[in-house]
Design a protein around this ligand. Structure first.
Ligand code: GRG
Length: 305
């Protein structure tokens, strides 16, 4: 009988559930990326430094919570969640490089290129990206090769040039340029939303759920992703470096068009709440088993880091 994560009666509170997923995920990532011994040790150390160093683990949480809707077993859930977090972490390591956002602080610690050096950070990001697909392709992720192939295809699409990489390109080109609200929405949908969406859809893929159910989860995730991003803009405009664990006021310094610069603080805040409600509406096809996903929609607009 497969053991599922997040299905125990006492894991009602979101905070407890997030901690449960984070602890299980860290264990799985530690096991997948063991302490190195050989000549390549430095890059593996840098990969471990970046992945095993905290973070909210929102994408793995979405993955595990949506997999729970379809009774997916713990091993499949955690392997897929780890692959997703490896890709997310690669994007942060590369985003912090001087050629991109040039950030010295990440998750409250020196960024990978500060702790190591630029070349090692580039390799650590490359290593995390490729390792994610190796993990997904492993038969221990799912016994059905068609399911593994679909996971790999969808994750590659979400992370690639028509997803996160494309969004990052638009973002880099948009410095000191005024974007319309529709352009900001598209940028963020690609840069952040696609990884949130595959986080939710991956559970449905593992559970072989019908397309219509996948679409409901994708709709939820995209609204959630936008609410998350608006809150990120608000934290950048109003939050502190200490609480956020990263630099703040960066958007204004770089002349970036954001939800806050276009709508102002108050409208941005209420728009985030509207999107969170909209996200919850997409979950009407699910019963109380989706309650953690509903709670997550409230959490993303109230988070402090
Ligand atoms: C380098 C291809 C490439 C892409 C970079 C994700 C990303 C794209 C850049 C990170 C910079 C940024 C501010 C992105 C907006 C989305 C966001 C807030 C990402 C950080 O995600 P969190 O808050 O991070 O979930 P933790 O540390 O909690 O995992």
């Amino acid at each position: 009988m497969p053991i599922e994560l997040l299905q125990k009666k006492d894991s009602a509170s979101l905070e407890k559930a997030l901690q449960e997923v984070s602890a299980a995920l860290e264990g799985k990532m530690d096991q997948l990326l063991p302490e190195p011994e050989n000549g390549e040790a430095r890059v593996i150390e840098a990969m471990r430094y970046s992945t095993l160093s905290g973070g909210k683990r929102l994408r793995p949480f979405l993955m595990v919570a949506s997999a729970g809707l379809f009774g997916v077993c713990r091993e499949a859930s955690l392997q897929t969640a780890a692959a997703l977090e490896f890709i997310h972490t690669y994007s942060l390591v590369h985003d912090d490089l001087p050629a991109m956002d040039n950030d010295a602080l990440r998750r409250g610690k020196p960024s990978c290129h500060i702790q190591y050096d630029e070349a090692t950070a580039i390799l650590a990001g490359d290593g995390l990206l490729t390792f994610a697909f190796q993990v997904l392709a492993d038969p221990s992720t799912h016994p059905d090769p068609a399911v593994r192939c679909e996971l790999i295809r969808c994750l590659a699409q979400a992370a690639g040039c028509r997803g996160m990489v494309g969004g990052q390109m638009i973002d880099l080109l948009a410095e000191n340029k005024e974007l319309s609200i529709d352009e900001v929405i598209r940028l963020q949908r690609l840069k952040t939303g696609e990884l949130f969406a595959i986080g939710c859809e991956a559970g449905a893929i593992l559970g072989k759920a019908p397309r219509q159910i996948r679409q409901a989860l994708s709709g939820y995730a995209h609204d959630l992703g936008l609410a998350f991003q608006i809150t990120d803009d608000l934290l950048d405009a109003e939050g502190s470096r200490e609480k956020a664990g990263k630099e703040v006021r960066k958007d204004a310094k770089r002349g970036k068009s954001t939800f806050v610069s276009i709508m102002g603080i108050e409208r941005a805040r209420s728009q985030a709440q509207i999107l969170a409600k909209q996200a919850i509406n997409h979950l009407s096809v699910f019963d109380e088993r989706a309650s953690l996903l509903r709670e997550m929609a409230e959490y993303v607009t109230t988070r402090k880091s």
